[in-house]
Design a protein around this ligand. Structure first.
Ligand code: ATP
Length: 363
């Protein structure tokens, strides 16, 4: 009897539905071909368009649906044209991070053969690192509650010992897993601004305390400004980086830039009991409805979901399908024939996703 997993799916706004539908088709095919697991999709409404028509961006029933699912797959939410009265965009994905306590934002940065990158990798250097971004505190903590007066505005940054300890343990565990899989040298870099802010000196001190629990791994520190420079100059030096929410938000887009754009940047936001998998990009309103959105970041996020579910439930077949799916995407990129406009090709969303399906079938 295959084990059954319920996946909460948020189609979202803009290009969201366009990239969700081929991704679900691929996942459905993988689960149909597997004798050990079944995926059951529960489509849930949320987002800016829902807010525009009902005044609610994340209904309680959708939140409950997400809470009871085994994993959550989300495309993109928010539309610049639809805003709350205070001028901010609708972002239920951020509400989900807080509601489900998804403290670890995992942003892999990997450049594979054939991939377009602004970097010159003529020395054969390999770029394969993971940025772990704290996702519930930091400067995002005061989201929606900042004080704005006629002449000044204030937002407060929060760093807690409890969340930081969990975050650092997550980062060290990840470095250990990567090392065991032959990726990375087992090193975690704490990215902060401890030379200027007391809150970051506190963050760093907690990091150093956790590092002592992992004597077999290496640990070091870097300031966030130097990190931005090194990510461009010598990104191959990094293995696992761990940082505060706002710094991570900015550095993860820089990482996406190194990978040739947002269309190839997957992500996961992981807590103790729940996890959301979604591409790093937004709803791309400028290309909505044209059928040209790149589905790869969403498909790679689905691969991360299979990894996470497989590891959590001891389902080797799911972990293996996650790897097969990732390899299939990178094989399509290496061929260079069936990519979307943002990657230099002229395939449609459906054609690019179809090419991934074909690679999977070829084995
Ligand atoms: P958010 O703030 O919600 O993350 P954003 O302001 O970063 O969104 P995006 O919606 O991610 O903006 O779009 C940024 C640019 O990248 C746009 O020009 C968009 O068309 C392009 N883009 C984003 N995602 C994709 C994709 N999957 N395929 C092709 N182009 C994309």
């Amino acid at each position: 009897m295959p084990s059954s997993f319920e996946i909460a799916v948020f189609d979202g706004d803009g290009i969201g539905p366009e990239i969700t539908s081929p991704t679900l088709r691929i996942l459905q095919q993988l689960s149909r071909d597997s004798s050990s697991y079944d995926l059951d999709f529960n489509r849930l409404p949320a987002g800016a368009n829902l807010y525009a028509s009902t005044g609610e961006s994340l209904p309680e029933a959708s939140l409950e649906g997400a809470r009871k699912a085994d994993a959550i797959l989300l495309s993109a939410m928010g539309m610049p044209s639809i805003r709350k009265p205070d001028g901010t965009e609708i972002s239920p994905q951020l509400d989900l991070r807080n509601e489900l306590d998804l403290f670890a934002g995992v942003r892999p940065v990997r450049i594979s053969p054939g991939q377009r990158t602004p970097l010159k990798l003529d020395g054969g250097q390999s770029v394969d690192f993971v940025l772990v971004r704290e996702s519930t505190e930091g400067l995002f903590y005061s989201r929606g509650t900042g004080e704005v007066g006629p002449d000044e505005a204030r937002e407060t940054l929060l760093i807690t010992r409890k969340t930081s300890e969990k975050l650092f343990r997550f980062a060290f565990d990840l470095a250990r897993q990567r090392q065991a899989a032959g990726r990375g040298e087992g090193r975690v870099t704490c990215v902060d601004k401890a030379n200027v802010f007391r809150s970051f000196a506190f963050f760093r001190e907690i990091f150093d305390g956790e590092a002592k629990r992992y004597p077999e791994l290496q640990s070091d520190h870097a300031y966030v400004d130097a990190t931005a420079l090194w990510m461009v100059e010598k990104p191959w030096i990094f293995d696992v980086m761990v940082t505060e929410n706002m710094f991570g938000d900015i550095l993860s887009d820089l990482g996406a830039g190194l990978m040739g754009g947002l269309g190839l940047a997957p992500s996961a936001d992981i807590g103790d009991d729940h996890a959301v998998f979604q591409p790093c990009h937004g709803s791309a309103p400028d290309i909505v409805g044209q059928g040209v959105a790149n589905p790869f970041a969403m498909i790679l996020s689905a691969a991360m979901m299979l990894d996470w579910l497989g590891q959590r439930h001891d389902q080797a077949a799911m972990v293996s399908d996650g790897n097969r799916l990732r390899d299939a995407v990178y094989a399509v990129i290496a061929d260079g024939q069936m990519t979307t406009r943002d990657l230099g090709g002229n395939s449609s969303t459906e054609e690019a996703a179809g090419a991934v399906m074909e690679k999977l079938e070829e084995g």
